[in-house]
Structure formats: C-alpha cells, structure tokens
Design a protein around this ligand. Structure first.
Ligand SMILES: [Zn+2]
Length: 154
C-alpha cells in the first residue's frame, strides 16, 4: 500500500487521517498533515453505508440462549456456590435462582444482565428475524419466538 500523500510504500502501520474533510491513507510521517480518525468512527461510517445499500436490513433480535438454565447452573456449580449464595451476589431471591435453573421462568433482562456480568458469559444471542420465517414449517414456537412474532405484527 502506498502513502496517499508522499507516494512511498507504507512500511508498518498505515494511518487513516482527515485532510480537509476527506479520508487519506498515509504513512506515519505524513499523518501529521491531517487529523487522525479514530478507528471506531471509520467502522461506523462503513456500517452506515452498508445499511443504505440494502433496502431491507435484516433486523436482529436478542434472544436468551436455549439452554440458559443449564448454563447458569453449570457456572454456579463450577464456582462452588449454592443457589442462595448466587442469589445474594446478584441481590435476588433464592427462589428466583431455583426457578431459573429449573427452567420454570424466563429471567427479566436485568437479571440476565447481572448473571452475564457475574459469570462473564453471554446468555443472549442475536438472531436474525428472517430465520424464523425459514423455519416456520417445522418448529414449535418457544416463548422467545412468540414474543418476536407479536412484535412483527405491529
Ligand atoms: Zn507519506
């Protein structure tokens, strides 16, 4: 890759800078000619462009992973905590933990967040909504699916 200012080949890191409003990829010596753009900003711009190109962007919904109750139990037992201890750590009732682990209830998003932080794991996954339509013929809706379908009808 060549520096867009001095034309020399860029050895090592290249820099994306803003020169009078336009982006340039330059070498480390020439980066002083403009202001360096933070990488996150560049990513955002690229993402935006992509969405504009597609007429219907696929919408993602966050769903609890199917076996979250087993995951919570496993993570808790790994640490040698009782249900009461876990409940105390996230300031919830022991009965709530028991019900979650037994799969009796779906925890509130706030509780899920606390568990994710505590165990440093992901209990939710992003699912594209189209996936549901493709699976329509042979699936039994779970609670999560029903919520999604209701949202879509609005
Ligand atoms: Zn240069």
């Amino acid at each position: 890759m060549e520096c867009e200012i001095c034309g020399k080949e860029i050895k090592g890191r290249s820099y994306t800078i803003l020169v009078e409003g336009s982006e340039m990829i330059v070498c480390s010596k020439c980066k002083e000619f403009g202001s360096e753009k933070p990488i996150t900003e560049i990513k955002k711009i690229k993402l935006k462009k992509k969405v504009n190109q597609t007429q219907k962007p696929i919408e993602f919904v966050e769903e609890l992973v199917e076996n979250f109750s087993q995951i919570i139990r496993r993570e808790r037992e790994k640490r040698g905590w009782s249900q009461a201890e876990l409940a105390k750590k996230i300031q919830e009732k022991e009965s709530l933990i028991r019900k979650i682990e037994n799969g009796e209830i779906t925890p509130e998003p706030e509780v899920v967040e606390k568990l994710e932080k505590l165990f440093d794991i992901k209990l939710r996954e992003k699912v594209p909504e189209v996936k549901l339509e493709m699976k329509k013929s042979n699936f039994t809706p779970t609670l999560g699916d029903v919520v999604v379908i209701k949202k879509k009808k609005k």
